[in-house]
Structures are given as structure tokens and as C-alpha cells.
Design a binder for this molecule. Structure first.
Ligand code: GLY
Ligand code: MN
Length: 469
């Protein structure tokens, strides 16, 4: 169900967000760098523009070539904009004026982007610290190096740990407006997934289905939140090739999501049988992944660490795999040893918001408590979110079971976890592929709410959606 809160006063919201973050970073001045257009093969042929998500969160401005300085005093921000030339207007059309942009974001002062260098130099000459977030693109890194008069190799090292921590805390708890945006994105994702299920049939091409999914986003004037994964080789976790042709007996994995009008992401994975009906063996593994997913969602409550939710789902996996004869021994011991990761080598989920892996550009500041280090154990080392969860967090819950032939061969040759894995039985699943089931979930005061309109997920629901040619 989409909640539709009354239209908020966005410029006030951006002001409040900036006042909170400046209040938490002390005396320094914060440099926010908007994204620029990225050349694909020459300057005028660019990738689709996507604003930096932190810049979006604190200004809502989705135009390229912007920057902002936030000073310690309340409401004191300067927006820096590139002047618009007649050539820009001739080639790209009229753009909002800088005064319009500043007004939308509730910013009182605007300057030419050319004046950013000297303003930063003045701030530093007065002894103030410049806080900034680590750039994730080389173009932003070199821009920051020039602005800060620093060697490019030093830019990330000198980014502000305090700012990273405070931004992560602020952006982790979503407001009702943000949740409504994510649910809006999920309406488009629902259409993507239902259309994929209806189009899945022997002889169809992965590229054809991926193109249809992209078309559903584009025809609603939406971006995709990430490159969709549409593949019969679901065991390749981030498979971005669309070369395959669907064959009877295979499973098609579709991990795709749209953005909302304000660029919030959705991230959904479903798997459906190419022939329209799961085989008995596919249904057994599917049902086990579904138990992991529903079990994970059922465990979610404020205060519990997401690591514990992950490990709980891993125990459901180990228990179920033992019942199917693929694993043996005590399931808890198997999980502690890391044996289950042969089948589930990634984490149960991640934060979701303006980014599909929300704020992952800030590293483990987002998903790990200050005193907690990421595990070195295979599988657990891919857990992106481990810290205790809080009401207002939006998370993905996305367990999977995969049969990765190269990994099976390596572990078997090394006799790794041979006490817990029946390698002969596992070998008979070599061509199975992979299953992942993923939803976007809000942590509430007492538990969890699955967001979105209810995308087919149980075996009867998926088979029914597949029959709608
Ligand atoms: N949607 C891809 C991922 O979560 O990694
Ligand atoms: Mn995901």
C-alpha cells in the first residue's frame, strides 16, 4: 500500500537536514560536491547524468556542475553554480537560473562555480577545517584535489571521518516521505517483475527481457536503480551479461529495480521457471530460500544486529540443506565454521535509499559499529550491514542458494568443510544455477514491514504470474 503524505515543504526539509549536519560537525566548513557529466567517449557524448546522492539529500538539486559550502552558523550555505552560456542553451536548452536552484534548496546565497577555489582558500586562511566526503569517481577526486590544493593520492585519506559518520547516521533513518518515494519506485519494479515472469518462456533471450525491463522504467520516465541482472546463470552473483537464451528446465533470475521521481532506489529479486512450472528439485531449493527470507524478515526488530539476522538465515539454510542431503552435521556448527557459504557466499542484505547500496561510498562506517571489524571469513566478509538495526532503516532481505561449479570444485579438491558438505550430492546440482529472493523492508518500532505492492513470491504466485502470456 502506498502511503501518500501531504506534499512536504522540501526547501525547509533540506534546510533542516543541513542545519542538523552542520550542528554535528562542529566548527569546520562542509564542502559538498555535486556530480558532473561523465564523458562516454568524448565530452559531448555522456553517460546519463545522476546527481551525487549526498548532494541530492542535502539540496534536492539534480543539475550537474554544482557545489555547496555549509558554514557552522544555522542557515549559512553558499550554492556554487556554473554560469549558463548561450552555447549551453543552444545545445541543451534553457536551464533553471541559479536563483531558482538556490530557492528550491532553501539556500540564501549563490556564487559562480569559478569562485569556489578562492572561497575555500579564504576559509582555510582563516584556520577553519574543510570537511568533505571521500569522492568515489576519479573526476570528483581530481576536482577535489584542485580545490583543496592537495595531491590526488591524499584526497581520500584526508576526507572527514566525523562527517562520514554523521551523514551515515542521518541518512540511515528514513522519513515517511522517503519511504513513500521507495514505495513509489516499487510500483514500477512490480511491473518490471510481473512483465518478466509473463515473458519468460523457452527460446526467449535474456537481452529481450532485460530490454523490456529497461523499457518499463524509461516509459515511465524513470531510471533503473542499477544495471539489472537478468540471467539463467543466477549463480553468477552480479551477472551483467545478457547473452543467454532461455531453455526448458532452467530458472531465470531477475534482480532489477527502478528509481522514484526523487531518485530513491528499489531493489527486488525474483526467480521464475522458464517452462512456467518449477521442477520438484527446483521447488525444494526455492522453498528453502523462501524460508530463509521469511525467517530473516521475521527476525527483524530494533536493537538486533543485522549480523544475527544473517546468521539466523544461514542456520535455516544449513538445516534445510541437511534435510535435502547436501549438508551434514550440526547446522549451527556448520554455520560457525562457514561451510554454508559454499551455497550462500554473500550477505543477507544492505541499506537502501538514494543508493541501491545506500551510502556504500562511505565504506563500513554505514554498516558496521565503530568497534566492529568486518569478518575475514568467506561469505561473512561480504556482509555489508552488520550493526544493530533501528526503526526507520530500510534494508534489503535477499538470501540465496547458488551452485557455483568453480567454487564447488575448489572446495572439494581442498576437502574444505568435508565434515559438513556431501560433495557427491552437491555435484549432482552443478548445473542448477542460483536462486535469490529479495524484498525491501522497513524496520518498524516492533518489527518489519515489507515495502511495495506485493510482488509475486510464493511458488503458486510466481507460477500464476508466469502463465500470463
Ligand atoms: N541488486 C544488486 C545487489 O544488491 O547487489
Ligand atoms: Mn540488493
Amino acid at each position: 500500500m502506498i502511503t501518500n503524505p501531504a506534499q512536504p515543504n522540501w526547501s525547509e526539509i533540506y534546510k533542516q537536514r543541513r542545519n542538523r549536519i552542520r550542528g554535528e560537525t562542529g566548527d569546520g566548513v562542509i564542502l559538498w560536491m555535486g556530480a558532473g557529466l561523465q564523458a562516454r567517449n568524448y565530452t559531448d557524448n555522456t553517460y546519463p547524468f545522476r546527481q551525487n546522492s549526498h548532494f541530492l539529500y542535502y539540496t534536492g538539486l539534480a543539475e550537474p556542475d554544482l557545489a555547496m559550502l555549509s558554514f557552522p552558523e544555522p542557515d549559512h550555505d553558499i550554492l556554487f553554480c556554473k554560469p549558463i552560456s548561450m552555447d549551453d542553451i543552444v545545445w541543451s536548452g534553457p536551464r533553471p537560473t541559479r536563483v531558482e536552484l538556490a530557492g528550491r534548496a532553501g539556500i540564501g546565497t549563490v556564487e559562480d562555480l569559478d569562485r569556489l577555489d578562492e572561497t575555500i582558500a579564504k576559509v582555510r586562511a582563516q584556520g577553519a577545517k574543510i570537511h568533505y566526503l571521500p569522492p568515489y569517481s576519479y573526476s570528483a577526486l581530481f576536482k577535489a584535489a584542485r580545490l583543496l590544493n592537495t595531491d590526488p593520492n591524499e584526497v581520500v585519506v584526508h576526507s572527514s571521518q566525523l562527517l562520514m559518520e554523521r551523514v551515515a547516521i542521518q541518512r540511515s533513518v528514513k522519513s515517511d516521505f522517503e519511504i513513500a518515494e521507495i514505495e513509489d519506485a516499487l510500483v514500477i519494479s512490480d511491473r518490471m517483475h510481473r512483465a518478466c515472469m509473463a515473458a519468460t518462456r523457452p527460446g526467449a533471450r535474456e537481452a529481450e527481457i532485460a530490454g523490456m525491463i529497461q523499457g518499463i522504467a524509461l516509459s515511465s520516465n524513470r531510471q533503473q536503480a542499477y544495471n539489472p541482472i537478468v540471467t539463467v546463470r543466477g549463480e553468477v552473483l552480479h551477472n551483467n551479461s545478457y547473452d543467454g537464451i532461455l531453455a526448458e528446465g532452467q530458472l531465470l533470475l531477475n534482480d532489477s529495480g527502478a528509481e522514484s521521481p526523487m531518485c530513491y532506489a528499489s531493489d527486488i529479486t525474483r526467480v521464475c521457471p522458464v517452462s512456467g512450472r518449477f521442477t520438484a528439485v527446483q521447488a525444494e531449493i526455492y522453498q528453502l530460500v523462501l524460508s530463509m527470507q521469511l525467517g530473516g524478515i521475521g527476525m527483524i526488530k530494533p536493537g538486533l544486529s543485522y549480523r544475527d539476522v544473517h546468521l539466523g538465515a544461514c542456520r535455516i539454510l544449513a538445516d534445510g540443506m541437511r534435510a535435502l542431503g547436501l549438508m551434514k552435521g550440526n547446522p549451527s556448527d556448520a554455520v560457525e565454521a562457514g561451510a554454508h557459504a559454499l551455497f550462500f557466499p554473500h550477505g543477507i542484505g544492505h541499506m537502501l535509499g538514494l543508493d541501491v547500496h545506500d551510502m556504500e561510498d562511505l565504506g563500513d562506517v554505514v554498516g558496521y559499529h565503530k568497534r566492529e571489524k568486518r569478518s575475514g571469513q568467506f561469505g561473512l566478509n561480504a556482509l555489508r550491514l552488520s550493526r544493530p538495526i533501528e526503526p526507520g532503516f530500510v534494508l534489503t532481505v535477499e538470501p540465496g542458494i547458488y551452485f557455483i561449479p568453480a567454487l564447488i570444485d575448489r572446495w572439494r579438491n581442498e576437502r574444505l568443510h568435508a565434515d559438513f558438505i556431501d560433495y557427491d550430492k552437491v555435484d549432482s546440482f552443478r548445473s542448477f544455477g542460483g536462486i535469490r529472493i529479495e524484498d525491501d523492508v522497513l524496520v518498524t518500532a516492533t518489527g518489519a514491514r515489507v515495502l511495495g505492492p506485493g510482488i509475486p513470491k510464493t511458488i503458486p504466485e510466481v507460477e500464476e504470474a508466469c502463465s500470463k502470456h
